[in-house]
Design a protein around this ligand. Structure first.
Ligand SMILES: [Fe+2]
Length: 250
């Protein structure tokens, strides 16, 4: 069964690409990614994944996310995920031209020798690349998101308080995501550097469109907010790039 996917700019179902280097079970076919411009950016260059451009200054999200946190988070933490992913992929040169989306969507079929690294470090690479694009000050929630959130949660206030409550309930390190699935917005969590794409191979008919995510690792907020995660989470609404989110819904 070919699988419809919805992640605009990153992932679309296409029969144009094959994943010959990956092996799949009898009933599983690879979920493939269409080489859109942004998806192409997530492919390795000369076999190496690279840190994507941040696109804004470290201090541009002040005072909600401080410049020092942004610099360390982007240039150290994200870079470390990429470095470790590249180290691991040296062991499986047959996979070295795959976009990170292709690997995560087909995680179940990635060779055991690198599966853990793809999950943790590849997941970290995708999650942070997505996160950086979701951040900007000065934008307003768009009409499409407002409509969907109202339909799914009753009103925007309930959407926000639900998101905050779920974020406060994440134990340890992880993420909270807003996904679009069956025309409904849903709030889901993932541990460590997992993300909703990783479920796709197991339950392809449930392929979500990832709309928004918040990094709840302490490295994302501890320098400024210390143990007050709630301040980081409630401040997050001031730095969501609603223009980007609205674009994902079109
Ligand atoms: Fe992070």
């Amino acid at each position: 069964m070919k699988t419809k996917t919805n992640r605009k700019d990153f992932i679309k179902t296409s029969a144009l690409l094959g994943l010959g280097a990956l092996t799949f079970g009898v009933n599983a076919e690879p979920i493939v990614a269409e080489p859109t411009a942004k998806e192409a950016d997530s492919k390795p260059t000369n076999g190496k994944y690279e840190l994507p451009a941040l696109g804004y200054a470290y201090n541009s999200l002040e005072p909600f996310i401080d410049a020092q946190t942004m610099e360390i988070h982007y240039s150290k933490h994200h870079q470390a995920y990429i470095n470790k992913l590249n180290e691991a992929m040296d062991k499986e040169p047959s996979l070295k031209n795959k976009s990170i989306e292709e690997l995560l969507l087909n995680l179940a079929s990635v060779p055991a020798s690198v599966k853990g690294a793809v999950r943790n470090h590849g997941g970290g690479h995708w999650n942070h690349s997505f996160f950086w694009k979701s951040l900007k000050t000065g934008t307003s929630m768009g009409s499409e998101f407002t409509k969907l959130a109202t339909a799914s949660f009753g009103d925007i206030e309930n959407f926000k308080t639900t998101f905050e409550k779920v974020s406060m309930g994440v134990f340890g390190s992880g993420w909270v995501w807003v996904i679009l699935q069956n025309k409904q917005l849903k709030i889901v969590t993932s541990a460590n550097q997992d993300n909703p794409l990783m479920d796709a191979a197991a339950v392809p008919e449930m392929m979500p469109k990832v709309i928004l995510g918040i990094d709840l690792w302490e490295h994302a907020y501890y320098l400024k907010h210390q143990n007050k995660r709630i301040d980081y989470v409630t401040g997050f609404w001031n730095v969501v790039n609603w223009d980007e989110i609205e674009g994902l819904l079109k």
